[in-house]
Design a protein around this ligand. Sequence first.
Ligand SMILES: Nc1ncnc2c1ncn2[C@@H]1O[C@H](COP(=O)(O)OP(=O)(O)OP(=O)(O)O)[C@@H](O)[C@H]1O
Ligand SMILES: [Mg+2]
Length: 405
Amino acid sequence: MIDIDRLQKQSRIIGTSDGVQQLLEMIAQVAPVDISVLITGESGVGKELVAKAVHQASKRNKDQLVVVNCGAIPEGIIESELFGHKKGSFTGAGEDRKGYFEAANKGTIFLDEIGETPLETQVKLLRVLDNGEFMRVGEAKTRYTDVRIIAATNKNLTELVKKGEFRQDLYYRLKTVTVDVPALRKRVEDIGPLVERFALEFTRSNDILYRGFMPEAIRVLKQYEWPGNVRELKHFVEKILVLQKGERITVEMVQNELIDVLPLEPIHNPALPVLVNQSSDKAEIDLILRQLFMLKQDTEIIQKMLMSGQVPSTVTQFPIMDPADLGIPLPKKSMEITDEVQKLIRDDAIGDMAIKDLEEEAITRSLRFFNNNRRKTARSLGMSERTLYRKIEEFGLEPKIKRRK
Ligand SMILES: Nc1ncnc2c1ncn2[C@@H]1O[C@H](COP(=O)(O)OP(=O)(O)OP(=O)(O)O)[C@@H](O)[C@H]1O
Ligand SMILES: [Mg+2]
């Protein structure tokens, strides 16, 4: 019996959902047995990946897997492509040629988009499926090939049979072992691991700094329908990483890219410091009040600084300053709006910072604030001067501070 974990690693089929686990179990069951397999599922769900996994896990894996996209070959030449032809059998047939079925001898042939094959070709497929027999175009000699057939379709073959576009006998022959790959929206728990894998692969191979997706951004991705399934998700991840090069991917970035698409349920924006179950009017009022309070705070900080003769460069962006430290009392009323105003770190920095970075920024900005006076800086930060010297050295701040003077 094939080990599922190993199969998952080797096949690179990502997913922790029940859907993917069942899929892997099915592959493990059918791969070692030399029978034909029909893989069904919407476009982009990973049917080709499954076909490759079946071949890889089979006894035929030392030989070729020949992939044929039946939908992409013009009707006029499909038989010659599949079964080969004899020299002179049609205009342009300058020499004898092997077809895919011969090329795949001892290995596996993957007939993708089998629903697209013309009816006349389907008869010949049935024959080769039954006993490996076929004839090259323009030749009367029966040849034999030892191939395993894996077919795939994103069409509903039952419907095609009803419409007379697909042979019933071939359909019954093919569907004995059917592996259905579920749509991505039916296994949203796979979205997180898929995004992570695609993002890592893409940023690595394109030398882009990867700082991850915010958990909220992943949550939003789970609310989208993904009609193009995993392929669409992959392209989406690559696109957003190019557009937001080196940034940590936030919910807003994702929403902006998904703007034309209706989500399955309303999206909660974590940037709003309000409870989800509040009415939108109340939420908006709270937001406005909060903004006003922050504006008032900023004005008071600037006033205080101007009065004490200290002019910082970027007051409004100072992330870790408590107005109370500057002797500015926090207005009581605003405390009722939200308790978050007391915090030193901006909400939107949560999840995107390291203590070391905070420390470095605090030291750099405090030094600048106190005109490089190390004693005052150390005292304001509550550390000894020796520690401050050590930190300056550790973070390599000396040249930075000097440059900016
Ligand atoms: N579970 C998965 N784990 C990792 N990558 C996946 C997974 N499923 C699909 N992919 C990737 O998504 C893309 C589309 O997959 P694939 O070509 O196998 O889909 P398909 O079902 O054959 O689509 P179509 O019907 O359009 O031919 C590929 O790049 C594939 O590697
Ligand atoms: Mg495919």
